[in-house]
Structure formats: structure tokens, C-alpha cells
Ligand binder design. Structure first.
Ligand code: NAD
Length: 501
């Protein structure tokens, strides 16, 4: 069997050196090693940043029209090749093909948004702000920027950032997850084909060594990070200490609150889709279902029926609805919660270890079927921890107020959803809930590209959300110009502070 090698992409080509360290890439459905990825040392990161810094000199001078032309070409290529990219994601992440296609589609949306950059970076102009004086604002690129991404969306998450960064005139160094590194290189190839000048888009692979170098490199002007909360906090603190602009998106524990008047079939469908899609490895997955009395028993029953029908199998098989977890280590960690949940007193209503796995050659894959815990309470590890797997916890509450109190007390605040037919309750919920993204009868409320994506509390460090208007703001800096053209009547000495005369 051939072993693939994934290496850095610097200044428009693959790096040709020999890495001191590397990591295995697995096919999660078979459990076999399919290749390896080079880990960057400080020297390789410096090469990539150097390429980005050199490319910035010309790219910032490229006209908005020229940049937009490249963006449109990239959009066309990505759209034409989305199936190929999705297939690549399946072999390293494990998610099912249709879901991988969905991730590419959500990234594509951001590319399309970035195609509108001429409109997005337009400044303001005030004529005659003072007599004979005009004031206007412009937004300019930052320079080389870093994007550090997690394993769970190897194409979409980098695309939350780099299309806007590049469209705005920055150059980029992406550090993808070492678990599924190929998508970033595939995207690099598309950029080259689209006509992006070499060095504007670079990829370095690796681990903490690469991340730390990006965080301290003086030429890196901003860092966009997505990953777990402890690393997000670390990246935010280290990056800002080094004077960089940082947006660091962290982990989540997303609650779905179901009121007694809700359509319970719709709610059960939503809970299963949002709890077990991508094997629960989504930052917007629903991991806690909050059932307001008296609907708990009926809702749990409906969810159990749906879970039993789920087809778990390799992501490349068209009949599979849920794939494996990303690594054996992660699968074992997620599975350990099935024991700790029982020890803590929760009811293991559906044990995912017993769920059948379809397909050939799956004996050593990283499998865990959909799992349901009932009677979960705050304080139990299944409630407190972000499990990031196909484990859904049901918490029973007596009232809407108790449900909102529970959600607001949780340290995370990424996404949440309310299921109800009561418009007044929905309006109250979206006002009272302390969470960054809210769904009303929508279980995974990922905002479309022209809004911005971001959580509150431990789910995001920094004040900029990803993409949309926040993304444009993050990847540009503002300048206000006050101008006056020669007019003898304004001469003379005046040491006072300028006023609007
Ligand atoms: P992770 O934090 O382990 O890794 C994220 C990135 O940080 C990777 O590129 C990794 O190489 C790097 N990294 C890991 N350890 C590091 C260290 N000690 N120092 C510096 N860099 C380090 O996250 P993951 O397991 O790849 O992804 C899953 C997590 O990401 C979950 O917590 C999930 O909720 C979160 N996530 C959040 C969002 C969001 O929008 N808030 C979106 C997707 C994923």
C-alpha cells in the first residue's frame, strides 16, 4: 500500500525538505495508517511567514478588481471540485460524504461573501466636516495573518477566515489540524490554479511547536484560532501578549430546550440530527437536551426509536448516516464517559457500544454508536465536560425559567436552540439567553456567511466573531483621514485643540 506524505505549502509549492518530526494520518473507518504529515520546526514556520511577508508587498498593492477576479476563479474551482474535496475529508476525518459536502458548501458561502469585498471595504466620506475640510475613512489590510484550525472541519473552518483575509489584501499562513491535514493542501492547489500569486496562501503542518512560533513571530499580525477552550485561552493570552490581534473560538456544550407545546416529532428529529451528525464532533452539536415537564418521557421515547434506526458505517458508503470518531484515542475518551455517566448516577438509556456497524473492513475502525443518557444533572462529568462525540444527555426541568437558568449558568455559550410553537416564549428566549448563536426551532443555528459566527463566554476569546462583518473588520484596520487643500484664509498660528468651525 502506498503511504501518502502531506507536507507544508510555502510560496506556491510543496516544501522539499526533510522533516525532523511527523505524525500518522489514519483512516478512521478502518483504523489503518494511511500516511503521514510533516511537523514544522521553527525554521519551516519562519520560511512560510517569510514567504507571506514578501508576498504581502505586492498583494496589498493589487487592485480590488484584481483580487476579486482571483476570488471568483477560486469560487468556481471550489464549486467544481467540491466532491473531490469532500471525499478527501471523509478519508481522514471519517464523517459521511454528504456531511463533508455540506462543510464545503458552508465554506464556499464565505468565499462568495468575500467576492463582495469592493462593497465590504468601502469607507465613509464626510464633505465639509469643518470649513474647507473633508474627513474620510479607509480600511487597510494587516499583513501576514495566521489561521489555526481544529480537526472537525478541515475545510470549512479555515474558509471562515482566509477568503476574507485574502480578499482584503492580507497574506495567510494556515496551520491545520495534524489529524486531517490534506484538505488545506488541496485548497492551496486550488488557489494556485485560480491565479493567486505565490506566497499569499501558505500552509504549515504540525503541532504546538508551529503554533507557538506563529504566536510569537513578529511578522504575524493577527491570529484566528478555532479549537478546544484551554488551547483557545492559551492562544488568546499568548497572541495578545505578543501584540497581535486575536480571535480564538473555543469549545461548547450546546443545549436544546424543548417546551411542552413543541412539536415533539420535529424536536426528536432535530435532537437526533444535531446530536449525532458528524458523530457529535461539531462545535454546534446539541449535546444537552433540556426537556420541560411533562414531555420528557415521550420525547426520550421518540429519540430512542430514531436512534435505533441510524445506519453507522464508513463515511464513503452512501447508506451511512454516521461515521466513526476521528482517532482511536478520542473514541476511547468518549467511550469512557459511558462508564463515568453511570457511576455519577445518570441513566444509560441507549448504549452506543451495542449499535451495529455496517460495511466491510471496519473491525479496527474508531467506532462508537449513538448514545443517550437520561436523568443527567449538572455536576456529572457527562454534563460538565465537552465530550465531543455521539453522546446526548437529557436533563429534565420543571419550567422554562429553570431551563434558561441552567443554560445561562453553563460556562460555555456557543449555540443553543429553543423548540416551541409559542412566539412570545421564543422572543423572550432570544433576549434572555446568554449564548452567541440562537436557533428557534433550528437545532444548529450556524449563521449564514453575511452574519458572523461566534459564541460567548468560554466559547470565544476576543471580541471579533468569525466571517461576516466581524471578519471584514478583523482582517482590516481603519484609518481616518482629515484633509484640507490649500486655502490662505486658514493660515495663521492657533495652539488650541481643533474644533468644528
Ligand atoms: P484542539 O484544541 O486540540 O486543536 C486545535 C488546534 O490547536 C490544532 O491545530 C492543534 O494542532 C492545535 N493545538 C493542539 N494542542 C495545542 C497546544 N498545546 N498548543 C498549541 N496548539 C495546540 O481542538 P481539536 O480537537 O482539533 O478540535 C475540537 C475542538 O474544537 C472542540 O473543543 C470544539 O468545540 C472546538 N471547535 C470550536 C468551534 C467554534 O466555532 N467555537 C468550531 C470547531 C471546533
Amino acid at each position: 500500500m502506498t503511504t501518502k506524505r502531506i507536507t507544508h505549502w510555502i510560496a506556491g509549492q510543496e516544501w522539499t525538505g526533510t522533516a525532523e518530526r511527523r505524525g500518522d494520518i489514519h483512516d478512521p473507518a478502518t483504523g489503518r495508517v494511511s500516511g503521514y504529515v510533516d511537523f514544522a520546526s521553527i525554521a519551516e514556520v519562519d520560511q512560510a511567514v517569510g514567504a507571506a511577508a514578501r508576498a504581502f508587498r505586492d498583494w496589498r498593492e493589487a487592485s480590488v478588481a484584481r483580487r476579486t477576479t482571483v476570488l471568483f476563479a477560486f469560487r468556481e474551482l471550489l464549486n467544481a471540485r467540491k466532491d473531490e474535496l469532500a471525499a478527501l475529508i471523509v478519508t481522514e476525518h471519517g464523517k459521511v460524504h454528504s456531511d463533508a459536502l455540506g462543510e464545503v458548501a458552508r465554506g464556499l458561502e464565505v468565499v462568495e461573501y468575500a467576492c463582495g469585498i469592493p462593497q465590504l471595504v468601502k469607507g465613509g466620506f464626510t464633505e465639509q466636516a469643518s470649513t474647507g475640510v473633508d474627513v474620510y475613512s479607509i480600511r487597510q489590510p494587516l499583513g501576514p495573518v495566521a489561521v489555526i484550525s481544529p480537526f472537525n472541519f478541515p475545510a470549512m473552518v479555515p474558509m471562515w477566515f482566509f477568503p476574507i483575509a485574502i480578499a482584503a489584501g492580507n497574506t495567510v499562513v494556515v496551520k491545520p489540524s495534524e489529524k486531517d491535514p490534506s484538505a488545506a493542501n488541496y485548497l492551496a492547489g486550488l488557489w494556485k490554479e485560480a491565479g493567486l500569486p505565490d506566497g499569499v496562501f501558505n500552509v504549515v503542518h504540525g503541532d504546538k511547536v508551529a503554533v507557538d512560533r506563529l504566536l510569537e513571530h513578529p511578522d504575524i499580525k493577527s491570529v484566528s484560532f478555532v479549537g478546544s477552550t484551554p488551547i483557545a485561552r492559551y492562544v488568546y493570552e499568548t497572541g495578545t501578549r505578543n501584540g497581535k490581534r486575536v480571535q480564538a473560538l473555543g469549545g461548547a456544550k450546546n443545549h436544546m430546550l424543548v417546551l411542552p407545546d413543541a412539536d415533539l416529532d420535529l424536536a426528536a428529529d432535530a435532537a437526533v440530527n444535531a446530536g449525532f451528525g458528524a458523530a457529535g464532533e461539531r462545535c454546534m452539536a446539541v449535546s444537552v437536551l433540556v426537556a420541560v415537564d411533562p414531555i420528557g418521557d415521550e420525547l426520550v421515547e421518540k429519540i430512542k426509536q430514531r436512534m435505533a434506526r441510524l445506519t453507522v458505517g464508513p463515511g464513503c458508503a452512501p447508506e451511512s448516516e454516521m461515521g466513526p470518531l476521528v482517532t482511536g484515542v478520542h473514541r476511547d475518551k468518549v467511550t469512557s464517559y459511558l462508564d463515568s455517566g453511570v457511576t455519577d448516577g445518570a441513566t444509560l438509556a441507549v448504549d452506543g457500544r451495542k449499535h451495529p456497524v455496517t460495511g466491510d473492513d471496519t473491525a479496527d475502525g474508531f467506532w462508537l454508536g449513538p448514545t443517550l443518557f437520561d436523568d443527567v444533572k449538572p455536576g456529572m462529568s457527562v454534563y460538565n465536560d465537552e465530550i465531543f462525540g455521539p453522546v446526548l444527555s437529557v436533563v429534565r426541568v420543571a419550567s422554562y425559567e429553570e431551563g434558561v437558568e441552567l443554560i445561562n449558568a453553563n460556562p460555555y455559550g456557543n449555540g443553543t436552540a429553543l423548540f416551541t410553537n409559542d412566539g412570545g416564549a421564543a422572543r423572550r428566549f432570544q433576549r434572555e439567553i446568554e449564548v452567541g448563536m440562537v436557533g428557534i426551532n433550528v437545532p444548529i443555528p450556524v449563521p449564514v456567511a453575511y452574519y458572523s459566527f461566534g459564541g460567548w463566554k468560554a466559547s470565544l476569546f476576543g471580541d471579533s466573531h468569525a466571517y461576516g462583518p466581524d471578519g471584514v473588520h478583523f482582517f482590516t484596520r481603519g484609518k481616518a483621514v482629515t484633509q484640507r487643500w490649500l486655502d490662505p484664509s486658514h493660515g495663521g498660528i492657533n495652539l488650541g485643540f481643533p474644533t468644528n468651525a
